[in-house]
Design a protein around this ligand. Sequence first.
Ligand SMILES: [Zn+2]
Length: 460
Amino acid sequence: MNLNGCVEQQTMVTGIGNRLTVGTTLLFCMVFGQHTAYAQDTSAESLLREHSKEFRREIIEITDGVYMASGYGASNSAMIVGESGLIIVDTKESKSAARAVLEEFRAISELPVRAIIYTHGHVDHTSGTTEFLGDGELEIYARTGFRNNLLPDSDLGAISFARTSRQFGFFLDSEEFINMGTAEHPIRDEEGDGYLPPTVTFGEERFEVTIEGVDVELVAAPGETDDQLYVWLPEQRVLFPGDNFYKAFPNLYPIRGAMYRDVKVWAESLEKMRQEGAEYLVPGHSRPVLGEEQVDKALGDYASAIRYVYEATVEGMNDGMTANQLAETVTLPEELADSPYLTEFYGMVPWGVRSVFNGKIGWFDGNPTTLLPLSEREQAERIIGLGGGADNIFTELQDAVASEAYQWAMQLADYLLATDYRTTEVTEIKIQALRGIARQQVNPTARNYFFSVANELARQ
Ligand SMILES: [Zn+2]
């Protein structure tokens, strides 16, 4: 981002096995002064600002020869110092982000980079690779099937981009944007993608290799993505879980849209990590977890929470409950809900529930009423009729916003908009409701999405 608040944003659309850039590179500017500054934080905003401390910039020495760059943009990168060369775990979201990290690493070691490991194929972990190249040989390690199944489809560039930018709040102003849940702002540039494909892939469960005298184990760990691996250094007892762990409730479903994340397998991968008995956990986002007991608790809480959501949802499905009913009723048991690793700063339980339902059995909820529903307009007209007419509903809408019943207000607004009733005024009130509900969210992806759509409507 440059000084006048403009951000050069390339679409981040990944196709099967390769990166596709959809459309042209677009220049967006943050829009300031759309609304007056909020005088006081809501309690959700206070929590979210506190969470931002997780993303402060720091090079952390994990143990002898293992360093982590935490808080430099969208994701973490790590450096392992070998006998006469370096191993880099994940290469950041852009070339400039990679350079910012490399500059810090270079203050520690001048040895050439001899290996790069991709924990998975998301662009925020793979886009700065070229910056780590030097003279001589370098291998890039990843799992076979790297980048398979990452995004729904390369045909969906426009919708993926729209929803990704809303989720991460790319175009929000400084009043609206607090963080992305797993990072603050990404570091971006106009230099293009620094991604390089893997040179060594492995199909086996566990791939053991010695690089520059360092014993490294790369272990298949499907979870947030199918291509995920974790890096285990048995000697140093350091485990890099990629994006299968960060200090927030896991994003079992990203609202930007993604293929089904197999959460049952995700929990199994976490149990596998747990069995390594790591002393240090160095995730792809958020600060490290230090100490064997804490690492075990972190991974255990994560696995238990995911398994709980999966099992409760499947049990309810077998009992004939619908996705809506399950999203409303499945909540984490208290001891998990209170875990410092499971606050809904990234994923949300009800979204995970819906994802399991849809991922396992598809969109039909089992209730025949939903098979061939009334059109949105017809339903709205009938409900408005029952409510005493559109003028009545409009008054109710104003009252709902005034009493901070924002979700109800948005639903009422949608009825009125479906019938084209006073569209301009109703839209203005819906914008107020969106901004109101945004400020009540501890979950930044929800907050960012609400604010982004409010701004889009305001610009129409
Ligand atoms: Zn990531």
